[in-house]
Write a protein that binds this ligand. Structure first.
Ligand code: APR
Length: 390
């Protein structure tokens, strides 16, 4: 069996790559380890930034792949209970960001890809990559009933996340890993409770908290906690008490908690994002701490660049394949910096030692009072980097 691109993984990165390739008339096969139901239900990010919306627009795909509602770009900061609104509006024309939960995007990308005749194989076991530095790499796997299969291709798109097989296949010493642990834990809670008017980030001496919409009647909450805390130490009553205190909203309406976990805030970048004919896309190449909502958007950025590079290559021009890694990494570090800045500012402004706390509060105050600072923030929120590829 043979195709142009084998895509490993059917998360946001893999389904974006596959949909854009298919839309360009380029053959590909997607191999996903899990079942369709499992992938379609996985909940995570919730904002598709302005740049990513306009990217889908430029492919003529917005209506088919984006769900949710347009986002007015207003973010609420609540500092010791005092509300400050910041807008991501940069005055540019074109469609705004969208509040579109990740699973809705993945479901719609999957439906679009299949409607366009795409080849998507779930429950692919024991995926392995071979001859990546040769002219025709091969990918082997086993179907759900155990039958071994081999696919020969021109390119492999490694979209299988941080624990996938793609990056692991690259020999030691080829990639440099830049890892950072922020030393912060977040309890994340998903509940059937009314969403906030605007995505809300709250700073208080009790620690950071946030409240994000996840559809018309669901919310996701974040509570800063020790990185090694036990989720069992957070029964429902404690969760709602802590949220009411830290959000400065004694009347916050609670609801049934449907999911709860604790994770460490960490960041990771692999350089380069290419090895021979393997191209890493999304979390397979980089993890960005969740503050700032850039993880899924970075995956969409990579996917767009990769799909366009393959399209050029099929027409005989390999330039964009050669510059893929450097262009992606420029954007990756820009967003890592944004996420790190926002993470430090919002946590230090709460419970850090007094000197750092006052520095962080000065940074926040600048955001609310200086149009130049607010403009720089808006540029990072939208992803419309004037020096980038927008
Ligand atoms: N073989 C096949 N598929 C695999 C393998 C493997 N060996 N290992 C992992 N996968 C699949 C996973 O089951 C998953 O469906 O690859 C997919 C990777 O998806 P994500 O981890 O969501 O990674 P990505 O698509 O890059 O996500 C980008 O969305 O969920 C957020 O935090 C994520 O912000 C990031 C963004």
């Amino acid at each position: 069996e043979s195709t142009t691109v084998v895509v490993i993984g059917a998360g946001p990165a893999g389904m974006a790559v596959a949909t854009l390739l298919r839309h360009s008339g380029i053959d590909c096969v997607v191999l996903e380890r899990r079942s369709r139901d499992h992938v379609a239900q996985r909940q995570r990010a919730g904002i598709v930034e302005t740049r990513a919306v306009r990217m889908f627009d430029s492919w003529g795909l917005t209506d088919r792949v984006l769900g949710g509602v347009p986002y007015d770009g207003i973010l609420e900061f609540r500092v010791d209970g005092r509300s400050r609104l910041v807008s991501d509006s940069d005055g540019s024309d074109g469609p705004p960001a969208r509040l579109c939960p990740q699973q809705v995007l993945v479901q719609k990308l999957t439906a679009t890809y299949l409607e366009d005749g795409g080849d998507l194989r779930f429950e692919a076991a024991d995926v392995s990559l071979h001859d990546l530095t040769g002219d025709r790499p091969t990918v082997r796997y086993r179907t759900a009933d155990g039958t071994p299969r081999t696919i020969t291709c021109d390119f492999v798109a490694g979209c299988d996340g941080d624990h996938g097989v793609s990056r692991r296949t690259v020999p030691d010493g080829v990639l440099t890993a830049y890892a950072f642990d922020h030393g912060i834990g977040w309890l994340t809670v998903l509940a059937d409770a009314p969403p906030p008017a605007h995505p809300l980030l709250a700073v208080s001496r009790e620690g950071f908290a946030a409240h994000f919409p996840r559809g018309p009647s669901a919310s996701r909450y974040y509570l800063q906690c020790p990185p090694d805390d036990d989720p069992d130490a957070w029964p429902e009553g404690r969760v709602w008490d802590a949220l009411r205190t830290r959000l400065g909203d004694p009347g916050l309406v609670s609801g049934a908690i449907t999911d709860r976990e604790i994770f460490r805030l960490r960041s990771l970048v692999h350089d380069p994002m290419r090895y021979g004919r393997l191209f890493l896309v999304g979390d397979a190449a980089h993890i960005v701490s969740p503050m700032g909502g850039k993880g899924m958007n970075l995956a969409l950025y990579d996917a767009d660049l990769f799909a366009r590079a393959v399209r050029d290559s099929v027409q005989g021009d390999d330039t964009a394949l050669h510059t893929y890694s450097a262009r992606c990494l420029r954007r990756v570090w820009n967003d890592q910096e944004f996420s790190h800045w926002l993470t430090r500012t919002l946590h230090d402004a709460g419970d850090a030692e007094p000197f750092l706390r006052n520095l962080a509060r000065a940074r926040l105050d600048r955001l609310f009072t200086s149009p130049a600072a607010a403009g720089a923030f808006a540029e990072l929120m939208t992803g419309l980097d004037p020096a980038g590829d927008a």
